[in-house]
Write a new protein. Sequence first.
Length: 240
Amino acid sequence: MPDGVQVYPNVVIGEGCDLQAPCIIGKPPRGVTEGELPLVIGAGAVIRPFTTIYAGSTFGAGLQTGQCVSIREDNVFGDDVSIGTAVRMELGNRIGNRVRIHSGSTMEYVTIGDDVFIGPNTVFAGDPHPMNCPRYSECFGGAVIGRLARVGAMCMIMPGVKIGEDSLVGAASLVVHDVPAGMVVAGHPAVVVKAVKELTCPPGWFERPYVWPPYSEAEPPEAGEAPDDEPPGHGPLWPA
């Protein structure tokens, strides 16, 4: 390993990975001994400086991190996931393939489908109230983001919200209710403003946005449907 790259025991690193110093790979979480939890990083990963990845997670091929990224335990990523600079991935996230999470974002217990775009400085809240509530474990949990969804910069996504397939969340929105598939929401709180298929391309280059792959190759959802895939163990989290 290059100088400045610390790799703990029980770490599997795929072929062709680029670990850039300084970074820490396989750090044991609090209360766990070195090597107790495995860490698997698929082939072709690029781990940029000042990234810390804790033990107890699995990453597919083609992972990319920016600088100063923190990825905690119990995360599962698909292939070709890009994590921007200063992103904080807390516990329990489930990330699909070809997902891009831009710089400065934070999430915990979030489930994200394939081909999703998350804009910079977006926060996914996982706690609807302080942890001292005696029934806290029945309430906490993250959002569910359907495939092909797009979340603009500087959004706030409240616990347990479901964002439907092929939907769009406008920049700086506060999302407290489920977002139907194929719809555009924006505002504080975010409300439906139109369907994605009604959007226009401002420069006029295309008939409308999102006609290029992968959107053009995917079977579009029925507009207005709410997502129905909820991660196991997550109960009702935020009032509808």
